[in-house]
Design a protein around this ligand. Structure first.
Ligand code: SAH
Length: 350
């Protein structure tokens, strides 16, 4: 590894900041095989804040109906193939009960942008969860809704919101999200933060056109926005989308980016996303060693799981038994923490 690369890695470890040129230099010159010092710094940073703990979040996919047409996504509106479904409020509550009984203290509701779920319906579901399980953190990942909706869900008891910015490049955002506006998405992130949510931002790794310059900008946006959580994952082209047949995003690049995000935002909650574990059967282990500290097992009922196919073969790694998940984490040298796992900076910020 070159002296310049080592100096930059030490700098980001010590200062939690690098400028765009410096980040781009790292991305241009580092290889996964030689990223040992980067992963070591990321691990030290994670140990300082979270020790060897790994937080588990149960995730239920409440609807695969979506009004949007993101070019990469398998449940985009114009894909006629997926059998569309919606979970009923009672089914969602049953999932939450089962998650609670298994020991989970975070329940993530994810779905397409589906207006069938009105403000009132969702607020009622959140209230019901909080009434039955007051110590369960509720995370929403339901795309863009109005500020009033976000406010209403927060009042009902929601704690966190995951809304990836997908890409910070205006040109790429336009190319991959027909009919959507980047400014609206970023504003939604700001609204969520102002309301008091722990907010998750993040991007897709390997969108065609996203070079290291753009990736350096993605990282700097995160540094500046300071989300409580960051979700990134490699693009997995779906055969029923306009991106069918293009190159899959790199797991190795994703791991390098996870480590850099840990160094830029030491306290961030950083999941190894399902996409990483779909492409690499040792994805969780590698992610944990790159500074990630969250795993989000999908607990969508088996009868619907395969229909939430944002990318192909997603179902194959979902639905693992909790004991198997815990075994894997422990064998990798980490410890499972079933607590709520809030970002330590969050309570100070609200
Ligand atoms: N509708 C919600 C949830 C989207 S699914 C929202 O807008 O936030 C969660 C994430 O999956 C998306 O944010 C996107 O980054 C990712 N995703 C979608 N299709 C993908 C694909 N083909 N490969 C990799 N990641 C994908």
């Amino acid at each position: 590894m070159s002296a310049k690369l080592l100096i930059l890695l030490e700098k980001v470890y010590r200062e939690n900041y690098l400028n765009k040129e410096e980040l781009e230099y790292i991305l241009d010159n580092i290889t996964y095989e030689r990223a040992g010092p980067l992963f070591a710094y990321a691990t030290q940073t994670r140990m300082k804040i979270y020790q060897d703990r790994v937080f588990l979040r149960s995730l239920v996919e409440i609807s695969n109906c979506c009004k949007n047409n993101c070019l990469y996504c398998g449940i985009r509106k114009d894909n006629p193939y997926p059998e569309r479904y919606r979970l009923l409020p009672d089914q969602i509550l049953d999932c939450c009960l089962s998650a609670y009984q298994q020991g989970y203290r975070t329940f993530v509701l994810q779905g397409g942008e589906d207006n069938f779920f009105t403000t009132e319906m969702l607020a009622a579901i959140i209230r019901e969860i909080k009434r039955n399980f007051p110590d369960m953190a509720v995370t929403l990942s339901l795309g863009e809704r109005s500020r009033e909706d976000y406010q209403e869900f927060f009042r009902a008891g929601a704690d966190r919101y995951l809304l990836r910015h997908e890409t910070i490049s205006p040109e790429l955002y336009r190319r991959y999200h027909p009919g959507m506006e980047q400014e609206k998405r970023i504003q939604a992130l700001r609204d969520l933060k102002e309301i008091g949510y722990q907010v998750g931002a993040g991007f897709i790794v390997g969108l065609p056109g996203q070079d290291n310059k753009v990736l350096a900008e993605e990282l700097l946006f995160l540094k500046e926005f300071k989300p409580a959580m960051v979700g990134i994952g490699p693009l997995i082209p779906h055969p029923e989308t306009p991106l069918a047949g293009i190159k899959t995003g790199s797991v190795e690049k994703t791991l390098i980016l996870l480590a850099l995000i840990r160094l830029l935002l030491p306290e961030v909650l950083l999941p190894i996303t399902t996409a990483v574990n779909t492409l690499d059967k040792m994805g969780w282990e590698k992610g944990l060693k790159a500074g990630a500290n969250v795993i989000m097992p999908v607990i969508t009922p088996a009868s619907h799981r395969s229909k939430y196919e944002i990318y192909k073969n997603k179902g194959s790694v979902d639905g693992s038994k909790l004991t198997e998940i815990k075994d894997r984490i422990e064998r990798a040298g980490f410890r499972v923490d079933m607590g709520r796992g809030d970002n330590p900076l969050w309570s100070k910020e609200i």
